[in-house]
Design a protein around this ligand. Structure first.
Ligand SMILES: Nc1ncnc2c1ncn2[C@@H]1O[C@H](COP(=O)(O)OP(=O)(O)OP(=O)(O)O)[C@@H](O)[C@H]1O
Length: 655
């Protein structure tokens, strides 16, 4: 059974900056399917901006033409102007509701697309990706990061559009009212934009750190609060330290969140203050203008112009501040988008070759051949934000040191095996000799480094992955049952299987009677990973599953845990039925199970050291198999040769 692979490597901040791919273009592409709705949003926004920018002119007219005119207020005109000033905001508000509905549906749909794309893409990733990446980290990108960009997709886009239009409309109104006062109002804008950019960069870094930490927290939760994790922590009484580990990550999360929230506060306070004091400065400058001290004074500034101008200027503040805030949010979200795109950009290592053939289980003889196979586990991919291991006192270095040491050695070397269709081959060898690894090459969980694995003379890399999966079945060492009923777990092998087929498979796997003895029969819920069932029951359910699939080639990785005699007999019988009439590649820890194998291959350190039938191999007294056999059936304890110590020969530890 393969263990965790080499550690995921980490990128430095500089490398991340260098890798800042233009994510904005991709976000726009993500929204492309919603073009027409977006155009509608654009129309609504422009319309409402135009409506609201009419208000200051109504204000000016109110002051200059209706209120303060010679001979007293002109009430008829005032009535019309006031009516206009009431109707316009009402219309704008109604348009705002329509726009909210449109943006919310666009944003949520785009986010759902992103989540589905990411999930579908991850499904295509090879096994090695999952053995080298923490499950929690993957889940975190799917849940936390996608949720993190949600606001960008829902609100930000419209906020940018809406506020830009409002700002432009306000600026135009201001220019029409008085260009000199407009210059005064916008003079500090370049400084604000520069400051905003700086704050944005800082926020981006913080956002990435926050997400990394969040993903670490999800990983801890996933590791410690899963059934296996909680068992491990209870057995070794590590509950306290797990809580401690979580608490530390949690504290860091709080610190980062606060820092993120506080970054830019000073900036916003400055901008706000500037806007608050601008009207006072405007009045002062207006005084000078009216006195004719500045150019353009001859145009004259009326009281109405001044009131209208300060109204627009005050109205400019909100959208401008929002634009700056949104720009910051976008920068923050870009960091999250990059994390998502990084996963989307991962090329699955194992894919169909161009022109790959489809094989059909009915036409297959089932010959399996390993020809000069060399194999080494691939290095982990370099990803940003991969959670660092804090389980080692010296950080992640320890893990990486191990992976470098492994890098030179072949896990399998120069392996030649021939298994004719319909026969049974067994692989024996010490623990870690590469038995499971060899079987993984047949369904292409990994690709060979050199050489070929062939089915019916066709290189497995020239067969489509889907048809290969249809032809090869596997009972893994630790059968995986998902949280569902026993019936659903068996039927997973063949969606749409009839209940008769499921029962027949269970009967053949010697588990039907046991299932029927549960009060709820096939509707019994297995519990996560099948924890509510015994080891022997899980194995037989896994066998039933593979029987239902009825593959041409069957790989059996025998469980190492000992079973009582009766269960052992039931499993044995089920296995015999399962292997009947198909090519079987069995990894046997209990040698009693492989007496009848047509050929037995002995592996040591990934090399084939012997092969033959049970009788032939037993005849060579010094051979690996004969030694294993003697150890299992005579003393049942490791011999003093040294080879059998420390569970070195896996065959020993199962007894
Ligand atoms: N995902 C992986 N990444 C890197 N190395 C691995 C991985 N899985 C297994 N290995 C290494 O490859 C070697 C062969 O492992 P494998 O699981 O094939 O042995 P095995 O003979 O099936 O052992 P066992 O009988 O204990 O199940 C071991 O040294 C193991 O540490």
């Amino acid at each position: 059974m393969p263990r965790g692979g080499p550690a995921v490597t980490h990128l430095s901040d500089e490398e991340i900056k260098a890798d800042n791919k233009p994510a904005l273009g991709r976000i726009v592409r993500l929204l492309a399917p919603y073009r027409s709705q977006m155009a509608a949003v654009g129309g609504v926004v422009v319309l409402s901006a135009v409506l609201s920018s009419l208000v200051p002119f109504l204000t000016r007219a109110t002051f200059d033409d209706a209120l303060f005119v010679e001979g007293g207020p002109r009430m008829d005109l005032l009535g019309w102007l006031v009516a206009g000033m009431c109707v316009l905001p009402i219309l704008s508000a109604m348009l705002g509701i329509v726009q909210n509905w449109l943006t919310s549906s666009i944003g949520n749909s785009a986010m759902a697309d992103l989540r589905s794309d990411l999930f579908a893409h991850l499904q295509k990733m090879e096994l090695a990706f999952f053995t080298t990446t923490k499950t929690g980290a993957i889940q975190s990108r799917l849940a936390n990061d996608v949720a993190g960009v949600r606001t960008v997709l829902t609100d930000t886009m419209t906020s940018i559009l809406q506020n830009s239009v409002t700002v432009i409309a306000a600026l135009i109104s201001m220019l029409v009212l008085s260009w000199q006062l407009t210059i005064l109002t916008v003079v500090l804008m370049p400084l604000f934009i520069w400051l905003q950019n700086k704050v944005g960069k800082r926020r981006q870094v913080l956002a990435r750190k926050t997400q990394e930490n969040l993903s670490e927290m999800t990983a801890i939760t996933e590791e410690s609060l899963s059934v296996s994790g909680i068992l491990l922590s209870k057995v070794f009484n590590r509950g306290e330290s797990e809580v401690d580990r979580y608490r530390r990550a949690n504290q860091l999360q709080t610190k980062l969140q606060v820092e993120q929230a506080m970054t830019g506060r000073l900036f916003f306070a400055t901008v706000q203050t500037f806007f608050a004091i601008t009207p006072a400065i405007i009045y002062l400058v207006a005084g000078f203008l009216i006195q004719g001290r500045f150019p353009g004074a001859d145009q004259g500034i009326t009281a109405g112009t001044l009131v209208a101008f300060t109204t627009v200027q005050a109205r400019l503040q909100m959208p401008l501040m929002q634009l700056m805030r949104v720009a910051l949010d976008v920068q923050t979200s870009l960091a999250l988008f990059r994390r998502i795109f990084e996963y989307l950009d991962l090329e699955p290592a194992i894919v169909d070759r161009p022109g790959a053939r489809t094989i059909s289980p009915d036409e297959l003889r089932g010959d399996v051949e390993f020809r000069g196979v060399f194999f080494r586990y691939p290095e982990a991919r370099a990803l940003t934000g991969a959670p660092r291991s804090d389980r080692f006192a010296d950080g992640s270095g320890k893990v990486e040191a191990v992976s470098t040491a492994q890098a030179d050695a072949w896990t399998l070397s120069d392996l030649d095996l021939t298994i004719p269709g319909g026969t049974m081959a067994a692989i024996v060898g010490p623990s870690g000799s590469g038995k499971t690894t060899a079987t993984y090459l047949v369904p292409r969980f990994y690709d060979v480094s050199q050489g070929q694995v062939l089915i019916d003379g066709i290189d497995v890399r020239d067969i489509t992955l889907a048809s290969l999966a249809d032809c090869v079945g596997m009972v893994t060492q630790e059968p995986y049952l998902f949280h569902g009923t026993i019936g659903e777990n068996i039927a997973y092998a063949k969606p749409g299987a009839s209940s008769e087929e499921i029962v027949q498979a269970a009967r053949d796997a010697n588990i039907h009677d046991r299932i029927m003895s549960f009060p709820e029969g096939y509707d019994t819920v297995t519990g996560e990973r099948g924890y509510r069932l015994s080891g022997g029951e899980k194995q037989r359910i896994a066998i039933a599953r593979v029987l239902l699939k009825n593959p041409r080639i069957l790989i059996l990785d025998e469980a190492t845990s000992a079973l009582d005699n009766e269960t052992e007999r039931l499993v044995q019988e089920a296995l015999e039925r399962a292997t009947h009439g198909r090519t079987t590649l069995a990894i046997a820890h209990r040698l009693s199970t492989i007496h009848n194998a047509d050929v037995i291959f002995g592996l040591v350190d990934g090399r084939l050291v012997e092969h033959g039938t049970h009788a032939e191999l037993l005849a060579d007294e010094n051979g690996l198999y004969a030694r294993l056999y003697r150890e299992q059936f005579s003393t049942r304890t490791p011999q003093a040769t040294g080879e059998g110590r420390d569970g070195d020969l896996r065959a020993d530890v199962s007894f």
